[in-house]
Design a protein around this ligand. Structure first.
Ligand SMILES: *[C@@H]1O[C@H](CO)[C@@H](O)[C@H](O)[C@H]1NC(C)=O
Ligand SMILES: *[C@@H]1O[C@H](CO)[C@@H](O)[C@H](O)[C@H]1NC(C)=O
Length: 185
Protein backbone atom coordinates (compact mmCIF):
# COMPACT_ATOMS: atom_id res chain seq x y z
CA UNK A 1 0.00 0.00 0.00
CA UNK A 2 1.37 3.27 -1.11
CA UNK A 3 0.04 5.53 1.66
CA UNK A 4 1.61 3.58 4.52
CA UNK A 5 5.17 4.88 4.11
CA UNK A 6 3.79 8.40 3.67
CA UNK A 7 1.92 8.20 6.97
CA UNK A 8 4.92 6.65 8.64
CA UNK A 9 7.08 9.48 7.42
CA UNK A 10 4.58 12.10 8.63
CA UNK A 11 4.55 10.47 12.07
CA UNK A 12 8.33 10.48 12.21
CA UNK A 13 8.36 14.12 11.19
CA UNK A 14 5.86 15.15 13.86
CA UNK A 15 7.63 13.14 16.54
CA UNK A 16 10.84 14.99 15.77
CA UNK A 17 9.33 18.40 15.27
CA UNK A 18 9.57 19.31 18.93
CA UNK A 19 13.14 18.20 19.67
CA UNK A 20 14.32 19.85 16.45
CA UNK A 21 12.74 23.13 17.45
CA UNK A 22 14.13 22.95 20.96
CA UNK A 23 17.63 22.23 19.68
CA UNK A 24 17.58 25.57 17.82
CA UNK A 25 17.57 27.47 21.12
CA UNK A 26 20.45 27.52 23.55
CA UNK A 27 21.19 28.85 26.99
CA UNK A 28 22.58 32.33 26.34
CA UNK A 29 22.32 33.41 29.99
CA UNK A 30 26.11 33.88 30.26
CA UNK A 31 26.12 36.40 27.38
CA UNK A 32 23.12 38.24 28.86
CA UNK A 33 24.76 38.26 32.28
CA UNK A 34 27.88 39.89 30.82
CA UNK A 35 25.79 42.72 29.33
CA UNK A 36 23.68 43.42 32.43
CA UNK A 37 26.74 43.20 34.72
CA UNK A 38 28.54 45.83 32.63
CA UNK A 39 25.43 48.00 32.79
CA UNK A 40 25.27 47.46 36.55
CA UNK A 41 28.87 48.64 37.05
CA UNK A 42 28.14 51.82 35.09
CA UNK A 43 24.88 52.52 36.94
CA UNK A 44 26.62 51.98 40.28
CA UNK A 45 29.10 54.64 39.19
CA UNK A 46 26.67 57.29 37.88
CA UNK A 47 23.94 57.06 40.51
CA UNK A 48 26.15 57.52 43.60
CA UNK A 49 27.80 60.46 41.77
CA UNK A 50 24.36 62.03 41.31
CA UNK A 51 23.66 61.48 45.00
CA UNK A 52 26.95 63.14 45.93
CA UNK A 53 26.17 66.11 43.67
CA UNK A 54 22.89 66.53 45.55
CA UNK A 55 24.57 66.18 48.92
CA UNK A 56 27.32 68.71 48.21
CA UNK A 57 24.90 71.16 46.56
CA UNK A 58 26.50 71.11 43.13
CA UNK A 59 23.58 69.41 41.37
CA UNK A 60 22.57 71.43 38.31
CA UNK A 61 21.74 70.86 34.64
CA UNK A 62 25.40 70.52 33.68
CA UNK A 63 26.66 68.26 36.46
CA UNK A 64 23.59 65.99 36.58
CA UNK A 65 23.23 66.19 32.79
CA UNK A 66 26.69 64.68 32.33
CA UNK A 67 25.74 61.72 34.53
CA UNK A 68 22.40 61.33 32.75
CA UNK A 69 24.27 61.18 29.43
CA UNK A 70 26.56 58.47 30.84
CA UNK A 71 23.56 56.51 32.10
CA UNK A 72 21.71 56.88 28.80
CA UNK A 73 24.77 55.65 26.89
CA UNK A 74 25.10 52.68 29.27
CA UNK A 75 21.45 51.66 28.76
CA UNK A 76 21.70 52.17 24.97
CA UNK A 77 24.82 50.00 24.80
CA UNK A 78 23.08 47.31 26.85
CA UNK A 79 20.06 47.45 24.50
CA UNK A 80 22.22 47.04 21.38
CA UNK A 81 24.22 44.23 22.98
CA UNK A 82 21.08 42.41 24.20
CA UNK A 83 19.55 42.69 20.73
CA UNK A 84 22.55 40.75 19.40
CA UNK A 85 21.93 37.78 21.72
CA UNK A 86 19.57 34.99 20.67
CA UNK A 87 16.69 34.29 23.09
CA UNK A 88 17.93 32.14 25.94
CA UNK A 89 16.39 28.79 26.79
CA UNK A 90 17.65 29.57 30.29
CA UNK A 91 18.53 27.48 33.31
CA UNK A 92 17.52 27.30 36.94
CA UNK A 93 20.57 25.25 37.86
CA UNK A 94 23.55 26.37 35.76
CA UNK A 95 25.06 29.74 36.74
CA UNK A 96 24.12 32.39 35.81
CA UNK A 97 20.55 31.21 36.40
CA UNK A 98 17.40 32.92 35.15
CA UNK A 99 16.93 34.52 38.57
CA UNK A 100 20.57 35.71 38.62
CA UNK A 101 19.86 37.74 35.47
CA UNK A 102 16.72 39.17 37.06
CA UNK A 103 18.60 40.17 40.22
CA UNK A 104 21.32 42.05 38.31
CA UNK A 105 19.03 43.80 35.83
CA UNK A 106 16.33 44.49 38.43
CA UNK A 107 19.05 45.90 40.71
CA UNK A 108 20.12 48.34 37.98
CA UNK A 109 16.57 49.57 37.45
CA UNK A 110 15.99 49.84 41.17
CA UNK A 111 19.14 51.88 41.84
CA UNK A 112 18.37 54.12 38.85
CA UNK A 113 14.79 54.75 39.94
CA UNK A 114 15.57 55.50 43.57
CA UNK A 115 18.81 57.40 42.86
CA UNK A 116 17.08 59.90 40.61
CA UNK A 117 14.10 60.40 42.87
CA UNK A 118 15.71 63.01 45.15
CA UNK A 119 16.39 65.50 42.34
CA UNK A 120 14.15 68.54 41.90
CA UNK A 121 13.66 71.09 39.12
CA UNK A 122 14.64 73.81 41.63
CA UNK A 123 18.29 72.80 41.23
CA UNK A 124 18.05 70.85 37.95
CA UNK A 125 15.67 72.80 35.67
CA UNK A 126 16.00 70.28 32.80
CA UNK A 127 15.10 67.36 35.06
CA UNK A 128 11.91 66.41 33.24
CA UNK A 129 13.78 66.35 29.92
CA UNK A 130 16.38 64.10 31.56
CA UNK A 131 13.65 61.75 32.81
CA UNK A 132 12.08 61.62 29.33
CA UNK A 133 15.47 60.81 27.78
CA UNK A 134 16.13 58.06 30.30
CA UNK A 135 12.57 56.73 29.99
CA UNK A 136 13.15 56.06 26.27
CA UNK A 137 16.54 54.40 26.84
CA UNK A 138 15.56 52.40 29.92
CA UNK A 139 12.30 51.12 28.42
CA UNK A 140 14.18 50.02 25.28
CA UNK A 141 16.62 48.07 27.47
CA UNK A 142 13.73 46.41 29.33
CA UNK A 143 12.17 45.36 26.01
CA UNK A 144 15.55 44.03 24.77
CA UNK A 145 16.11 42.20 28.09
CA UNK A 146 12.65 40.63 27.93
CA UNK A 147 13.34 39.43 24.38
CA UNK A 148 16.74 37.89 25.17
CA UNK A 149 16.32 36.59 28.72
CA UNK A 150 14.10 33.63 29.68
CA UNK A 151 10.52 34.60 30.56
CA UNK A 152 10.98 33.84 34.26
CA UNK A 153 13.89 36.35 34.44
CA UNK A 154 11.51 39.10 33.34
CA UNK A 155 8.88 37.93 35.82
CA UNK A 156 11.50 38.08 38.57
CA UNK A 157 12.47 41.64 37.57
CA UNK A 158 8.82 42.66 37.81
CA UNK A 159 8.61 41.12 41.29
CA UNK A 160 11.80 42.85 42.45
CA UNK A 161 10.58 46.24 41.24
CA UNK A 162 7.23 46.31 43.01
CA UNK A 163 8.73 48.86 45.42
CA UNK A 164 10.82 50.81 42.89
CA UNK A 165 7.87 51.34 40.53
CA UNK A 166 6.62 54.21 42.70
CA UNK A 167 9.78 56.15 41.79
CA UNK A 168 9.26 55.58 38.06
CA UNK A 169 5.67 56.77 38.55
CA UNK A 170 6.87 59.89 40.40
CA UNK A 171 9.39 60.56 37.62
CA UNK A 172 6.69 60.16 34.96
CA UNK A 173 8.70 57.40 33.23
CA UNK A 174 5.65 55.81 31.64
CA UNK A 175 7.42 53.92 28.85
CA UNK A 176 9.58 52.13 31.40
CA UNK A 177 6.54 51.28 33.56
CA UNK A 178 4.76 49.87 30.52
CA UNK A 179 7.80 47.84 29.42
CA UNK A 180 7.96 46.37 32.94
CA UNK A 181 4.27 45.45 32.85
CA UNK A 182 3.15 48.03 35.42
CA UNK A 183 0.23 50.48 35.08
CA UNK A 184 1.41 54.04 34.33
CA UNK A 185 -0.59 55.74 37.07
C1 LIG B 1 30.69 67.34 44.69
O1 LIG B 1 30.61 66.01 44.26
C2 LIG B 1 31.09 65.77 42.95
C3 LIG B 1 30.79 64.32 42.58
O2 LIG B 1 31.43 63.43 43.44
C4 LIG B 1 32.56 66.14 42.87
O3 LIG B 1 33.03 65.93 41.55
C5 LIG B 1 32.73 67.58 43.25
O4 LIG B 1 34.11 67.92 43.28
C6 LIG B 1 32.12 67.86 44.63
N1 LIG B 1 32.15 69.31 44.88
C7 LIG B 1 32.33 69.82 46.09
C8 LIG B 1 32.29 71.31 46.19
O5 LIG B 1 32.51 69.13 47.09
C1 LIG C 1 12.86 27.63 35.76
O1 LIG C 1 11.79 27.76 36.69
C2 LIG C 1 10.71 28.52 36.21
C3 LIG C 1 9.72 28.76 37.34
O2 LIG C 1 9.54 27.61 38.12
C4 LIG C 1 10.09 27.81 35.01
O3 LIG C 1 9.01 28.57 34.49
C5 LIG C 1 11.17 27.65 33.92
O4 LIG C 1 10.66 26.93 32.83
C6 LIG C 1 12.39 26.95 34.48
N1 LIG C 1 13.45 27.01 33.46
C7 LIG C 1 14.03 25.93 32.95
C8 LIG C 1 15.06 26.16 31.90
O5 LIG C 1 13.75 24.81 33.33
Amino acid sequence: MLFRPVIALALVASAFADPLLKRQGSNTNAAIDKVVSTLSIKAHDSIPTINTLQANHTANDNTVGAQVTDLKNAFDTATTDLQGISPSTGSNTTDPTDNDLGVVFGGVLSVAASGLSGLTTATVPSLNDFFATLDTSISASVIAFNAAAPADSATFVNTLLRDARQFFQKEGMTKTLTALGFPTS
